[in-house]
Design a protein around this ligand. Structure first.
Ligand SMILES: Nc1ncnc2c1ncn2[C@@H]1O[C@H](COP(=O)(O)OP(=O)(O)OP(=O)(O)O)[C@@H](O)[C@H]1O
Ligand SMILES: [Mg+2]
Length: 234
């Protein structure tokens, strides 16, 4: 495989609605290389989450193809899709999706339980991920004891702990203040640069846009602009 981690060709997505269909994505053609730090930007309803879900093998295209790390998404069995997600793709959902009865440590460790890893190695990986997001001192806290920004950082640690090749982040800073947003974005940028992880964001947030190296604009389910940002303005 070359350095193309995501390839979308003539991708269209339709959802059944009533007796007909709603077309959420139309004729999307995109390629992302390993190590990109890219964002899908566009108004509400433009198709950002739909596209992230397909890249993350949570959904399939109606037409065209999505190839992720060499796998054609529509052709994967449920088991193969789950394997791809569990091992190679990290998700950061807008709503964090933390498990409230578990500690910070356990929430992050959860992403590793499906991997064949000794308890010792798991502990090392979890502590490293908590260090990346600056939360080693909160390992025993439950999510209810954390601030919103801290919860978001746990979600980032959980998405990164298995060192996935791709991280998909759907509006990762939607509910954060400016200081937390910048802290998180800097953490992601470091992980992107040091581990070569490919990041794909969906965002409306100007703060996130300052960090993007590539900005892909969607409108009504189509790519209307695809810009490479040359100089880092931060
Ligand atoms: N399961 C579904 N069934 C029918 N329509 C859907 C479904 N999922 C999404 N859509 C429609 O597809 C369009 C794109 O939705 P999507 O969630 O991808 O937008 P978005 O760009 O992520 O918006 P936001 O910025 O508000 O999160 C919307 O018009 C939405 O109503
Ligand atoms: Mg969305």
């Amino acid at each position: 495989m070359d350095d193309k981690v995501i390839q979308l060709q003539s991708l269209t997505k339709r959802f059944p609605v009533g007796n007909g269909y709603f077309t959420a994505l139309t004729d999307i053609n995109l390629e992302l290389q390993k190590g990109e730090f890219a964002g899908l930007v566009g108004p509400s309803g433009s198709g950002k989450t739909t596209l992230l879900n397909i890249i993350g093998s949570l959904d399939v295209p109606s037409e065209g193809t999505a190839t992720v790390l060499g796998n054609s998404i529509a052709q994967l069995s449920q088991k193969q899709a789950a394997h791809l997600r569990n091992h190679h793709i990290g998700f950061i959902f807008q709503t964090y999706n933390l498990l409230p009865v578990y500690t910070v440590y356990e929430n992050v460790e959860f992403a590793l339980l499906l991997q064949n890893m000794s308890a010792n190695d798991r502990r090392k990986s979890v502590m490293q991920a908590l260090e990346w997001v600056g939360l080693t001192d909160k390992e025993k806290s439950k999510p209810s004891m954390l601030s919103g920004g801290e919860c978001q950082r746990v979600a980032i640690a959980r998405s990164m702990v298995k060192k996935p090749q791709i991280v998909l982040a759907d509006e990762p800073t939607a509910n954060l203040d400016s200081k937390n947003s910048h802290h998180i974005l800097q953490t992601m940028q470091t992980l992107n640069e040091e581990l070569g992880v490919t990041f794909v964001f969906s965002t409306h947030d100007e703060k996130v846009m300052q960090y993007l190296k590539r900005k892909i604009s969607l409108a009504d389910g189509r790519v209307v602009k695809d810009e490479t940002v040359m100089a880092d303005s931060v």
